[in-house]
Design a protein around this ligand. Structure first.
Ligand code: PLP
Length: 471
């Protein structure tokens, strides 16, 4: 990290603690550490009332630690901001690809949110967590026949992505001879550019997702004639980790025009889904709007545009992923060996890496870190944090500012709740870490650490090979 602090001031891990003020509620997406983070008398980081070093002793290392209060606060801020700024009906749905597991789905649903899923596996997870199917939305640009049938049978809303899928879906519904007509929404590419990483930009025209807006007339004409399906609305998602507010304002305006066009084909579309994409703080230099600041202009634009066109207010849906879960979680690692290369750099190795957090190697993502058991120690060292995988690119953080560390210290990487566990792998046959949910001094396991047996569970050894091995 290139330090922006004057060299005579020595900062410590404490600088990342949330700055709670009486005037304004903190927006979780603007914090590096979870909202309940404090430091105890042992100079150790405490989250949800639990000492992080003790958690690692209890549950092992590496460990994902999820702060329930931060996660619930993010859910409530989305939900309540829509209630406050939007005069029509609204529904926040969690893009569960950010972190799909039973506990996260259950917490989010208990706050009244719906869930968006992009595969049969995520649908199964949401249903198993007890999420009501009328609040589940099924996305994806290449759903399989099995997934479409599963979605129809479980009665969730299907967000149709393209012509092939639309025609396939109509055929499947007809062949099932069922009385029910699945609720669908149409995903359209709005042609809106935003400044984010190429891999996570989806709203520009050259995207694999969604119908081309040039097909709108043909699409609405086709859908208006299909009695097999019940088309309720339109959807768009323009990208992820977005800090600007203008793209979603533009999107809201464009989407109301779609509703108007649909009406001219006799289609009464009553739902409008603006997708997700609000950015979060991974470092102190990231400056995303708060959840409320993101919601407000979207509501305003839609209300104004609908009033202008004399359209009734649609049910307004958004589907954040990252900004709901990212900042509620940290990953705790144990520091192992260090390698000092004179005049070049010092590598400090940890017991995880690209298998539990593939974002740095995939997107060159930058993270910040604290040493959980040395929170007020001045950050005097600049080191590179290396994972333990057989891959030179397995670097979690380049030029991290750390206090002097030794083997056994607990390194905490912040804002790891989104797209970490969900993108994790078993590369080098490392077991996926455990995850604990912390609240009011209590810690509950939400993901069991994988064992060696788990790692070979899906392996098959044909009999004739067993022979060879034993010879
Ligand atoms: C990924 C995705 C989201 C969530 O994006 P975030 O940036 O995590 O908020 C929402 N909708 C769709 C269709 C997505 O693909």
């Amino acid at each position: 990290m290139v330090s922006t602090h004057p060299p005579e001031v020595q900062y410590s891990g404490n600088q990342y603690l949330p700055k709670i003020s009486k005037e304004a509620a903190l927006s979780p997406n603007q914090q590096l550490l979870p909202l309940t983070s404090t430091v105890n008398s042992k100079d150790c980081l405490v989250i949800g009332g639990c000492d992080v070093k003790t958690l690692v002793q209890q549950f092992g290392s590496p460990l994902y630690i999820v702060d329930e209060e931060t996660l619930r606060t993010a859910c409530r801020q989305y939900r309540d901001s829509f209630k406050h700024y939007y005069k029509g009906e609204s529904q926040v749905i969690y893009a569960s690809k950010a972190w799909s597991c039973l506990a996260v789905c259950a917490i989010v649903a208990s706050e009244g949110l719906g869930i968006d899923v992009v595969s049969g596996g995520e649908l199964y997870t949401a249903l198993t967590a007890g999420v009501a199917s009328d609040k589940i939305y099924f996305h994806g640009n290449n759903k399989s026949i099995e997934e479409l049938v599963y979605a129809i049978e479980s009665d969730c809303t299907i967000v149709v992505d393209n012509w092939n899928e639309l025609r396939t879906l109509v055929d499947i519904v007809k062949s099932l001879h069922s009385a029910s007509h699945p609720r669908i929404m149409l995903r359209l590419t709005p042609g809106i550019e935003c400044h984010t990483h190429e891999y996570i930009r989806t709203g520009h025209l050259d995207s694999k997702f969604g119908f081309d807006p040039g097909d709108l007339d043909e699409l609405f004409a086709f859908v208006s004639k299909q009695s097999a399906i019940n088309c309720v609305g339109v959807h768009a998602h323009i990208g992820s980790q977005i800090f600007e507010r203008q793209p979603h304002r533009d999107l809201a305006g464009v989407m109301v025009q779609w509703l108007e066009k649909a009406a001219s084909y006799g289609l009464n579309l009553t739902e409008l889904n603006v997708g997700g994409g609000l950015g979060i703080c991974y470092t102190e230099s990231d400056d995303p709007p708060s959840i409320e600041e993101w919601v407000k202009p979207i509501c305003e634009v839609i209300q104004e545009a609908c009033a202008g066109q004399n359209l009734p207010l649609p049910k307004l849906i958004c589907e954040p992923g990252r900004s709901l879960v990212a900042n509620s979680c940290v990953t705790a690692y144990t520091i192992g060996s260090a390698k000092k290369i004179p005049d070049i750099r010092t590598y400090v190795s940890i017991d995880g890496g690209m298998s539990d957090n593939p974002r740095p190697i995939t997107y060159q993502s930058v993270y910040r870190t604290v040493v959980a058991n040395k929170m007020s120690a001045p950050m005097t060292e600049t080191v590179t944090i290396a994972g333990k995988h057989c891959e030179s690119g397995d670097i979690l953080i380049k030029n991290a500012q750390l206090p002097k560390t030794e083997t056994g210290d607990i390194l905490v990487v912040m804002a790891t709740g989104a797209y970490n566990y969900s993108m994790s792998s078993n590369y080098n046959r490392l077991s996926r870490p455990a995850a604990v949910l912390v609240a009011n001094g209590e810690a509950n396991l939400i993901l069991r650490r994988e064992t060696y047996q788990d790692l070979v569970r899906q392996d098959c050894l044909p009999e004739r090979l067993t022979h060879k091995v034993s010879q």
